[in-house]
Design a protein. Structure first.
Length: 230
């Protein structure tokens, strides 16, 4: 009897070790469960991407339909008035005028100070009249009034005349001026000459902003914004 005791002890020890190891293995996460969790998030992203693409396509379709309606109604009406050539259509907001080229103009019916005029034009996403080319100076002479505020002001810090689009008055443009000085720091045009006066005086004004051009292609209208060169 005493001879077999060591063997029995070893067998019991082996059984206990086997039981403890199997208990620890039960608590380990299985690879299959981990695989399911890893691929769950990309599926959600793919669904969100599909939803976004569907929304984008719906918005694009709605915009295209609206654009066609605008083109058919306004552009065809413009063809009757000889403003459009059938392939290109220039659109300006209500109460704004197209005088040719790539710009829409708003002519004020009342007079305001320079600052009030500037603020109104800014509220319309536009600027006060900018005369930076000789052609624009000639165009102004065809406007109904003789005098308008300009988007031109003297900056005492730099001691330079600036247009409100942050470009300085060039030497060529200075040749179109007469009697402008820093004591009267706001520019205005009178007939075909640029002058300056005190900013609190009230003068008629013109706002300007780029026109919208629609181009006919494949029997439908396509939008193309004019971009004013720097």
């Amino acid at each position: 009897m005493l001879f077999f005791l060591p063997a029995m002890t070893e067998e019991v020890t082996y059984a206990n070790l086997k039981f403890e190891n199997s208990h620890e293995l039960d608590n380990i996460t299985k690879p299959e469960d981990t695989k399911k969790k890893v691929f769950q998030i990309p599926k959600d992203y793919r669904k969100q991407l599909r939803d976004l693409n569907m929304t984008k396509n719906e918005l694009h379709a709605n915009f295209s339909n609206t654009l066609q309606a605008i083109g058919n109604q306004l552009c065809l009406e413009g063809e009757k008035n000889l403003k459009n050539n059938g392939q290109n259509c220039v659109l300006c907001p209500a109460n704004w005028k197209w005088e040719g080229g790539d710009t829409c103009y708003y002519h004020s019916k009342t007079t305001k100070s320079w600052e009030e005029s500037h603020q109104f034009c800014s509220s319309q996403n536009s600027t006060l009249l900018l005369i930076k080319e000789q052609a624009k100076l000639s165009l102004v002479q065809k406007f109904p009034r003789t005098s308008y505020w300009l988007g031109l002001i003297f900056r005492p810090q730099q001691r330079i005349w600036y247009w409100t689009d942050n470009t300085a008055l060039t030497e060529e443009q200075k040749s179109w001026t007469k009697q402008i000085n820093f004591l009267q720091p706001c520019g205005y045009v009178y007939y075909s000459t640029i002058y300056s006066r005190t900013c609190k005086e009230e003068v008629y004004y013109i706002c300007e902003k780029p026109a919208i051009q629609l181009q006919r292609g494949n029997n439908h209208w396509q939008e193309d914004w004019f971009v004013r060169p720097e």
